[in-house]
Design a binder for this molecule. Structure first.
Ligand SMILES: Cc1cc2nc3c(=O)[nH]c(=O)nc-3n(C[C@H](O)[C@H](O)[C@H](O)COP(=O)(O)OP(=O)(O)OC[C@H]3O[C@@H](n4cnc5c(N)ncnc54)[C@H](O)[C@@H]3O)c2cc1C
Length: 601
């Protein structure tokens, strides 16, 4: 499944969106997807729709052997080996293709989760950290689906606090085996997997990673957990009781486990956002159709303003997630292309995984929260039937909830993204302090603070994006100066900073995509997208302002606070936008095709 090369884009640093501005033509958007990308998406979507979804009832009832047989079938079609290089039996998909694949597999969430555990977090550690022998032994069978895999980090007492895990690994006196002892918890695919990526502490201290096979002595998978959602997926505890693992199955180096875990999760988190994007589009499509068919008070539900408002907002949030995810995928792919020429390619590719950790966390958090919003409104529009298991949105609602919990909870990811940004600022790899100093000079200079009169067709939106960045620098910068090292203990402030960061990235990604679309096709052809962007940016700017007020009020009081709030107000002075009328236009676009209207645009 080869893919065509896409237009080269500049390599940009992760997190640089906050302190740099980009031109529309520099960002990747869904309109840039090649025929090959689209074909991959179509193959994935058709497979899940035709082969998996009809079996959903049996899968939810945990019919023995069914999910593994479907994963193997996906392997035969080449849908499992995207992350595996061709020399090891995979298809070596580029980042954009694997994003499309993840998105389109999400027709049935339990399958998407099982796919992610196998082809994502269950495969990446071997691809990036395995020796040539380990790659040759495991990757061909993992990409074909002959062997299914999973990722075992969490333990009963250590989920978010993964470094606190208790599983130990000790080398036998003859140096030939590792003896693993401990328990893993909530392992996706654990009930049927053949290969387990297990994290354990060598001599109880050095966090390390091991490849464990099902048949090793002392290995046992526990019974299936009874879950709220994604019931078609397998989630079990794993018991390691003097489990004997060959010495050559240490993955990477002793003490290198944290690096493996974190970088793997960066990829998993990014993909999780793509799965959420696909799930949200599916829920929107079903709901738009239902809203037209269902009658009340002699009309279709879709004729009511409050229903149209919901459909519009569902569409707009999906648009924001999609714009960010494909922009990030384009950035990651450009960096990976550049890394292929490096002297130490593997080392450089690992660095790329770390580089876009902020964007990966944003994909996970914003994507999962948008999906939760969308499925919640879907149930609302379905009314009483939304509460029935026979209708599709009840399952979508239940299935959505896990996304805010696994792959690092959204709270942990919020703190991570700000922490990473501040670290890069301190190290000087991102010019955040220079931007903050420039802003301070601007504040002192006074009258044109906020940008003056907006110019051009997107003048107000461009200004809102620029001011959102300044708002983050103003409020976040003041909080960082006041609390210094202690900022890490001010989680509410970090959470508000993360929200500003995500909204800012979303605002800019929507705007750049829309400007690119207008330049390519003319405003009339993409008028609903323009309207969605105007609404999103108008509302998101309010959210940014509100978060900044929270941060400033937690940082200052009295006259100093008043002065800071007055500066903030200048950044958010703008004309009103007729969001009611614009949302009606967006809803009309969704209802025209009974689906998300900006697909591939
Ligand atoms: C269905 C399912 C599948 C899963 N699949 C896998 C898998 O395949 N492999 C795997 O290794 N794990 C897996 N997990 C585990 C999952 O990653 C953890 O549940 C998750 O990381 C949260 O850990 P926890 O459950 O221990 O919650 P806790 O860490 O106890 O957190 C509980 C709450 O406290 C908050 N919290 C915790 N620490 C902090 C902090 N420092 N600051 C602020 N808030 C905090 C959290 O955000 C959360 O809201 C799965 C879980 C489920 C339910």
């Amino acid at each position: 499944m080869a893919t065509t090369a896409t237009t080269p884009r500049p390599v940009t640093k992760g997190g640089s969106f906050l302190v740099e501005s980009r031109k529309p033509e520099e960002v990747f958007t869904p309109a840039d997807l090649s025929d090959d990308h689209r074909l991959i998406g179509q193959t994935a979507e058709e497979f899940v729709t035709n082969e998996v979804l009809p079996l959903a009832h049996d899968l939810e009832e945990k019919k023995a052997g069914l999910m593994p047989s479907l994963l193997k079938k996906a392997g035969e079609l080449g849908l499992l080996g995207g992350g595996v290089p061709e020399q090891y039996g995979g298809s070596g998909l580029d980042k954009i293709s694997s994003t499309v694949l993840a998105e389109k597999l999400s027709v049935y969430a339990s399958f998407a989760v099982s796919h992610g555990a196998h082809a994502g977090i269950g495969t990446i550690p071997i691809v990036y950290y395995g020796t040539d022998e380990q790659k040759k032994k495991y990757l061909p069978k993992i990409s074909s689906g002959e062997w299914l895999s999973c990722y075992c980090l969490s333990e009963p007492q250590a989920g978010s606090d993964a470094q606190n895990l208790l599983t130990t690994a000790k080398l036998t006196p003859d140096g030939q085996h590792w003896i693993l002892n401990g328990q893993k918890m909530w392992i996706t695919n654990g009930g049927f997997a053949d290969v387990f990526i297990v994290f354990a502490k060598v001599d109880g201290e050095k966090l390390s990673c091991f490849i464990v096979e099902k048949g090793y002595p002392g290995f046992k998978a526990g019974g299936e957990e009874k879950k709220m959602g994604i019931k078609g997926s397998s989630t079990v505890p794993i018991f390691l009781d003097n489990c004997k693992v060959p010495k050559e199955n240490l993955l990477f180096e002793i003490g290198g486990g944290f690096k493996v875990a974190v970088n793997t999760l960066n990829v998993g988190r990014f993909n999780l956002g793509a799965y959420c994007l696909g799930g949200a589009k599916n829920a929107l499509a079903a709901t738009a159709k239902y809203a037209k068919e269902r009658k009340a008070f002699g009309k279709s539900l879709a004729d009511f303003g409050l229903v149209r408002e919901k459909l519009a907002e569902m569409t707009i949030r999906i648009f924001a997630v999609e714009s960010m995810i494909y922009r990030s995928a384009g950035m990651i792919e450009a960096a990976m292309d550049a890394a292929h020429g490096a002297a130490d390619k593997t080392q450089e590719l690992m660095r790329v995984l770390e580089e876009y950790a902020i964007e990966s966390s944003i994909s996970k958090v914003y994507g999962s929260e948008a999906l939760d919003f969308v499925v919640d409104e879907a149930v609302q529009i379905y009314g009483g039937y939304g509460f029935h298991e026979e209708y599709p949105v009840a399952r979508a609602y239940r299935d959505s909830r896990i996304n805010r919990i696994f792959e690092g909870t959204n709270e942990i990811n919020r703190m991570l993204m700000v922490d990473m940004l501040l670290r890069r600022a301190v190290k000087g790899t991102l010019p955040v302090f220079a931007a903050a100093t420039k802003l301070a000079a601007e504040v002192l200079a006074g009258p044109l603070l906020g940008g003056g009169e907006p110019k051009g067709p997107f003048g107000q939106e461009e200004q809102a994006v620029a001011n959102a960045k300044k708002t983050f620098l103003l409020a976040g910068g003041q909080a960082a100066q006041k609390y210094r090292e202690g900022l890490k203990d001010q989680q509410e402030i970090l959470g508000a900073m993360a929200n500003m960061l995500m909204e800012t990235y979303a605002m800019e990604s929507c705007l750049l995509r829309t400007q690119k679309a207008v330049a390519a096709r003319g405003q009339a052809a993409v008028h609903a997208m323009v309207d969605a962007t105007r609404v999103f940016i108008y509302d998101a700017a309010d959210r940014v302002e509100k978060e900044a007020r929270t941060v400033l009020a937690a940082t200052f009081e009295g006259d100093t606070l008043r002065t800071q709030l007055a500066v903030l107000k200048k950044f958010h002075k703008r004309d009103g936008v007729g969001t009611v009328a614009l949302r009606r236009n967006v809803a009309a676009a969704t209802l025209t095709g009974d689906r998300y209207p900006f697909e591939g645009r």
